[in-house]
Ligand binder design. Structure first.
Ligand code: ATP
Ligand code: MG
Length: 579
């Protein structure tokens, strides 16, 4: 491809609202253009990279025995009513009504459609296992689209769905997808970790996220320094702290004035105690049941002042479908005090306390009265929790729940997600088969997503510098660029074109920068776009029979004889791909 005819509009500046490096670079390097919030055009460069990602995904999915299909974007409401998600899904589901008055939605995911597809044609255990996947546009009306392709409203996903005769077989399907994901993300040149994750509202029992390590990632993850335990902090369990709870002494807690002191730092600073002595008391509202049977209950969740609440742990412990921090009015109603003075002593709502906080002897807590706290508080003597359960968010430095190691904290970008769904969809939707004994049973399912367009952004978060992108060979829109420093039509340009033709016929994906631009512009664009290998030919080089070759990833440069250039470039690409 010749750059003079190629639509790669590079920009000096990024749009002002772009914060993530990948967002800025994808726009500046001419890979994407925004249409509206969270919705993008892929330009030729962007599409080439997306196709490379898709090709890797297809290759590994096919090798794992999955078969490609293509389902529609538009989905009828009836299917979502059958699964029960039409009501449950919330505002990320973009719903509409067609001219005949039928309700429908743009597919954010395809469990309903695939279950309908499979239940029609698959009736016998002989047709199982079955794994179908697609690479297709999804629409989710994300509340905060962010970072260009990182969190779009419309984005490209690979979604696969496995159907098996029983749980053991479903686990085997899950494992084979897990293994395929390892290969896919490794081939995409990503530094990633599979982590234990929360099943969220897709349901299911076992789930892992594949997280690309990047400081700009939205997810917090922890992984053990010794064993292979790794989890999203939302999920990370913590071992019970050692040591007994101190004996409850005689006496009673003392009420002290703490005028205007509300935050942990203010209260502990004022009273001169460590934050680990404070019983941070958060009022939460848990909702369970559905429709007319929905009930809400208020609880107090207590942690040490130096710890953060993991609200998903509360949700799981209570079996609630949502748990939220109470609004100010509820806090005032429940504690009888303004926000900032809650404590467990004399509180009417049930108390959940984290095991670490439960071990604090001689504690400080809010007195459920404005401008007052208690000191000298003891669990058992001064208050009785309903439950002592792990409530806190894991952090770097915490002990590993599986071994003697220590957890380290990372930020991550979720590029893939595997779920063992069980019969959560097949049962309500009647996706059944006749087993070996002629008995009808629901199929056991798994579902497996990969953010194809998000991978493009995640790869850039890991590989860029202040000049631009540094593509791994496997994802680069072109493996090599040839820059002619001559004028169009002159001897230098002609010789450069011959090099370009030579590389092309050797199967190297090459872009030829034949534009009538200054050398500086060509160098800057090549670095911005991020070709792994750049070949430069100028007048002096032509005279001495040499080209300069630059490797983008490490900045190394080589002078190479023109007649050996094809071998040299192919060799370099091989080396880079193997790294
Ligand atoms: P997230 O927590 O990031 O919202 P999710 O749990 O909603 O992700 P899944 O439903 O598991 O995501 O979707 C499968 C994959 O699709 C994710 O692992 C992610 O890589 C990708 N993905 C999800 N939402 C988006 C989005 N808004 N933009 C781009 N990719 C996305
Ligand atoms: Mg989401």
């Amino acid at each position: 491809m010749k750059m003079s005819r190629f639509h790669a509009p590079t920009l000096r500046d990024a749009p002002r609202d772009a914060e993530l490096p990948s967002h800025k670079l994808l726009i500046r390097a001419g890979f994407i253009r925004q249409v509206t919030a969270g919705v993008y055009n892929l330009l030729p460069l962007g599409l080439r990279t997306v196709r490379k990602i898709a090709a890797i995904v297809r290759d590994e999915m096919d090798s794992a025995g999955a078969q490609e299909v293509l389902m529609p974007t538009v989905q009828p409401a009836e299917l979502w009513e059958e699964s029960g998600r039409w009501k449950k899904y919330g505002p990320e589901l973009l719903r509409f009504t067609d001219r005949k008055g039928n309700d429908g939605c743009l597919g954010p995911t395809h469990e309903e459609v695939i279950v309908d597809l499979v239940r029609r044609d698959v009736r016998s255990y002989k047709q199982l296992p079955l794994n179908l996947y697609q690479i297709q546009g999804k629409f989710r009306d994300e509340i905060r689209p962010r970072g260009g392709l990182m969190r779009g409203r419309e984005f490209m996903m690979k979604d696969a769905y496995s159907f098996d005769v029983d749980h053991d077989a479903a686990r085997a399907s899950y494992q084979s997808m897990y293994d395929a994901y390892f290969k896919i993300f490794a081939r995409c040149g990503l530094d990633f970790r599979p982590v234990e994750a929360d099943a969220g509202n897709i349901g299911g029992s076992m789930t892992h996220e594949f997280q690309v390590l990047a400081d700009t990632g939205e997810d917090a993850i922890v992984s053990c320094s010794e064993c292979d335990y790794a989890a999203n902090v939302e999920m990370a369990e913590l071992p019970a702290p050692a040591g007994d709870i101190g004996p409850a002494g005689d006496g009673a807690p003392q009420r002290v004035d703490t005028p205007g002191k509300k935050t942990v730092a203010e209260v502990t600073g004022f009273l001169g105690v460590g934050a680990d002595r404070l019983l941070k008391t958060l009022i939460v509202v848990a909702a369970s049941g559905e429709g007319d049977d929905e009930t809400t209950e208020v609880y107090a969740a207590i942690l040490r002042g130096d710890r953060e609440l993991n609200i998903l742990k509360v949700k799981r412990a209570l079996g609630a479908h949502t748990v939220e921090l109470a609004d100010d009015a509820t806090v005032v109603e429940v504690t009888g005090a303004p926000v900032g003075y809650a404590g467990p002593v004399g509180l009417s709502v049930p108390v959940l306390i984290d095991p670490e906080a439960a071990r604090v002897v001689d504690a400080v807590c809010g007195a459920n009265a404005a401008d007052q706290h208690f000191i000298g508080v003891q669990l058992g003597r001064d208050f009785d929790p309903k439950r002592i359960i792990d409530l806190r968010m894991a952090e770097g430095g915490d002990p590993c729940p599986r071994c003697q190691g220590t957890l380290r904290a990372f930020r991550g970008i979720e590029v893939g997600h595997v779920f063992l769904l069980g019969t959560d969809y097949s049962e309500p939707m009647g996706c059944t088969f006749l087993d070996r004994n002629g008995k009808t049973a629901p199929m056991v399912m798994g579902c497996y997503g990969i953010g194809v367009t998000r991978i493009m952004a995640a790869a850039i978060e890991q590989r860029h510098d202040d000049k631009g992108i540094k593509w791994p060979v496997s994802l680069a829109p072109f493996e090599c660029a040839v820059l002619s420093l001559g004028k169009p039509g002159d001897v230098v340009a002609q010789a450069a074109e011959e090099i370009y033709e030579g590389l092309r016929s050797a199967g190297v994906e090459t872009l030829f920068d034949d534009r009538k631009e200054r050398a500086g512009v060509k160098f800057a664009d090549a670095e911005l776009i991020g070709f792994p290998v750049v070949v430069v030919l100028g007048k002096r080089g032509l005279d001495s029979g040499q080209v300069e070759v630059k490797i983008r990833s490490d900045g190394s440069k080589y002078d190479v004889a023109i007649d050996g250039i094809v071998d040299f470039v192919t060799h370099q690409l091989g080396e880079l791909a193997a790294r």
